[in-house]
Design a protein around this ligand. Structure first.
Ligand code: GTP
Ligand code: MG
Ligand code: NA
Length: 345
């Protein structure tokens, strides 16, 4: 396969962390949406995906660009939201298994909680680099908010009690991370990114620290994962969810990590009763900055290039098993061999 060092695909970013640490709210703040408000019990129960184009990142990091200019070289970020509730370990595992980089969200008022540690271990096990969002800084007593400010601008405006409380809670988080085998440091004080995890203080309510988080995700991926992000033609695609959608029938939500999908393509999937061979009827995505798991005015595509979160409409998807790979039949492929590949997965 031909590879071009300037042709990067979107990094796939997975947000993980204990229940109610603010994972969905952080995404809502970036998207300017209200997905979290409409979740049953305020709990995420599905895995989602949102495409954040480079232009949106440029816009959301404008103020930070004044002091920290940088070029965005990735076409955007594809962000996977996962549930933090303990019963959804399989979805955290699925999300962490297909991402290039993680965001581990910690509630600054609660410190590290059981599913924080579980998520941390998933990321460690797969050697996936990640950044810590120390979220809900607006809850520090007498925090003075500066909406959507870079975090250092916000800190500069806080009184000494807020600064002291932050330091105490940050020190405690550092200690608990160390007990779990990870060194952590505030990202702008990080002495060595190879041995310390970056911590970005954030607020999903005020948007403070979000510019820093977006910038650091771009920097870490485009500078340190360049090789991995070089686009390749060979299709690499994972099934996130199998879903009935009114008017569309049974569909699958997939993450296309590399390659191109086209309407009419023959694809092979893993089903409960053996391989499923089917033909792509339609490829749809939400608008950029909208959540794949939320029903919306879908955009239809004749073909679509990685990386993207896509809903596929096709016959016979009822038995497909989420979390498995989807293969496409190319002219060189023998269908029986592809089916064997699926069978041995
Ligand atoms: P699950 O997906 O269910 O694991 O939760 P989550 O991590 O996605 O958290 P969610 O976005 O549902 O937020 C949980 C609660 O915390 C909501 O009531 C949010 O409004 C609140 N919250 C999230 N982020 C912040 C924040 O930065 N500051 C404050 N004050 N509250 C926040
Ligand atoms: Mg959530
Ligand atoms: Na929640």
């Amino acid at each position: 396969t031909r590879r071009d060092k300037d042709d990067l695909r979107c990094p796939v970013v997975c947000i993980l962390g204990h229940v109610d640490t603010g994972k969905t709210k952080l995404l809502d703040k970036i998207r300017r949406t209200n997905v979290q408000d409409r979740e049953a019990g305020g709990i995420t129960q599905q895995i989602g995906a949102t495409y954040i184009p480079a232009d949106a990142i440029r816009d959301r990091t404008k103020r930070l660009q004044d002091t920290e200019p940088f070029d965005i070289k990735v076409p955007g970020l594809l962000v996977i939201d996962t549930p933090g509730h303990e019963s959804f370990n399989n979805l955290r595992s699925r999300g962490s298994g297909l991402c290039d980089i993680g965001i581990l969200v910690v509630d600054i008022m609660h410190g590290l909680e059981p599913q924080t540690i579980e998520s941390l271990n998933l990321l460690k096990m797969r050697k996936t680099p990640f950044v810590v969002a120390l979220n809900k800084v607006d809850r520090l007593y007498s925090w003075k908010e500066d909406p959507e400010a870079p975090i250092r601008d916000s800190f500069a405006q806080q009184n000494k009690d807020v600064k002291r409380e932050f330091k105490e809670r940050m020190d405690k988080a550092n200690l608990t991370f160390a007990e779990n085998g990870m060194n952590t440091a505030l990202y702008y004080e990080n002495p060595d990114v190879r041995s310390y995890l970056n911590v970005v203080p954030t607020s999903a309510h005020t948007g403070e620290g979000i510019p820093d988080m977006l910038q650091i995700l771009c920097k870490l991926t485009q500078e340190r994962m360049h090789e991995k992000l070089m686009y390749v033609d060979e299709v690499q695609c994972t099934v996130l969810e199998v879903k009935m959608v009114e008017g569309l029938g049974t569909t699958i939500d997939v993450i296309l990590i590399n390659g191109v999908l086209r309407e009419g393509m023959t694809v092979v999937l893993t089903g409960l009763n053996g391989p499923v061979v089917t033909t792509i009827r339609a490829l749809v995505t939400p608008q950029p900055m909208r959540e794949l798991r939320v029903k919306s005015a879908y955009v239809h595509h004749k073909e679509i290039r990685a990386a993207q979160g896509i809903k596929i409409v096709a016959p016979n998807l009822e038995t497909v098993i989420a979390g498995t790979q989807m293969y496409v039949q190319t002219p060189e492929d023998d269908l029986d061999e592809l089916k064997d590949e699926v069978n041995t997965e």
